[in-house]
Design a protein around this ligand. Sequence first.
Ligand code: PLP
Ligand code: COI
Length: 340
Amino acid sequence: MDKKNIDWENLGFDYVATSKRYVANFRDGKWDEGILTEDSNITLNECAGVFQYAQTVFEGLKAYTTENGHIVAFRPDLNGQRMTDSAKRLEMPVFPVERFVEAVVETIRANAAYVPPFGSGATLYVRPYMFGTNPVIGVKPADEYQFRVFTTPVGPYFKGGAKPLTLCVSDFDRAAPHGTGHIKAGLNYAMSLHAIMTAHANGFDENMYLDSATRTKVEETGGANFIFITKDNTVVTPQSDTILPSITRRSLLYVAEHYLGLKVEERTVYFDEVKDFAECGLCGTAAVISPVGKIVDHGKEICFPSGVEKMGPTIQKLYDTLTGIQMGHIEAPEGWIKVI
Ligand code: PLP
Ligand code: COI
């Protein structure tokens, strides 16, 4: 397979069109069989449910070229399951997990020339999504939907690669109690745009959101979960019903416990304890694990003793082990790697 002539090493996290994308339509209560198409445009009615009431959910995962040249995807079944949960919460039909995995595999295979080579530092980002397509003017769910998967080759999500990030505690809330913070719906991201632009304008890389009910507990950022390391090397990650259940975080907890022999705690994390942690990172498909050096709360700075200049030692070990599993030079737990 000849690879496309792309400057893989210098890719950012931007959309680059690839050859094929997958499309399936839901009509009369059922999904059609789905096809791959070269057409990257979508033509919809002006009143489509997605345009009026934001009825759309999505997923994000990556495909990698392993050291021995295989193309693999990381735990796509978990993305399929999470999309099921998201769809149900927005009264959308479920795209079955097995079909989701098949569609992801077919789309990656059709774009194999765009999967960055091993060692380039880039990956193929895969974006499955679903939206209401028929006209909806009263506030109600659509009757017809489209499920699509496209791919785009990407480099690091945060500019500057592994340089530790500076975060601010946001004055805005990301998710309401009993709301939609735990699902991957476009609406959660639309309402975070003003908060992220405000953070950037004030010189910060990202927001730390606190729980909106009490503003005492750590939630997540706009696009990643938190992971903290205590001074005695325990891995701690916030538990909350209003954050997205990150597949990377779940994988890291397993890796910490079973590969690195570390203690792990998934629990409520109060903002007051953040100053006592030794290391902090953001984890997610796009973020992988991005180190956090500093968090600023209305002028008060918290600097992590390990990780202001570069990734702290335990986060580095977690990063090396997780990416080693994804790139195929560390043996993966059963079922984690889907060979394309
Ligand atoms: N939290 C939010 C809000 C996200 O958008 C993402 C990205 O998918 C994550 C966390 C990380 O989740 P995952 O590790 O499944 O990519
Ligand atoms: C991902 O990590 O896949 C996401 O969807 C996060 C987004 C901020 C790019």
